[in-house]
Design a protein around this ligand. Sequence first.
Ligand code: FES
Length: 178
Amino acid sequence: MSISVTHNYTDQPEPEFSAEKLLEVQRFISMYPEGKQKSALMRILHLAEEEFGGWLSVPTMNYVARLLNIQPIEVYEVATFYTMFNIEKPGKVVLEVCRTGPCMLVGSDQIIEYIENKLDIKVGQTSADGMFTLKTAECLGACGYGPMLQCGKHYHEHLTPAKVDELLDTLRKEHSEK
Ligand code: FES
């Protein structure tokens, strides 16, 4: 398995958790039996994403590997497998549209295409103003409410082009002030 590092800022120094966050890391690790510290990887990756700018650079993943005493490749494999992790620096707002069966049956593909055209990007890209990153996700557990997307901790359901317009306007206003 390889990871594209072309835009992944490998030349940046490894980040470091604060003492407080390191305690949290130790707490996660201690939840698993001796020798199974790798089981804490997902939780630590979420923490690293939160702490280090909303994404996992190669230096960040290397740092996590060191904390867990595992090979960096083991971290890359997990970080690149799950769509909820960002391995490229995202825009201010990440839109994750579900494209699993039930959402597809009610039009998630059309919603994805609509957002792509509206923002002039493709899935996996960030809009020119750095505001929106568009991703797709596997079932997010709201199958009866499709087509749906997740943005941060919020679900937006029964999407239509008009609802997407409204959502993008609201998000743009909220995040342009930050
Ligand atoms: S199929 Fe989209 S939320 Fe389950």
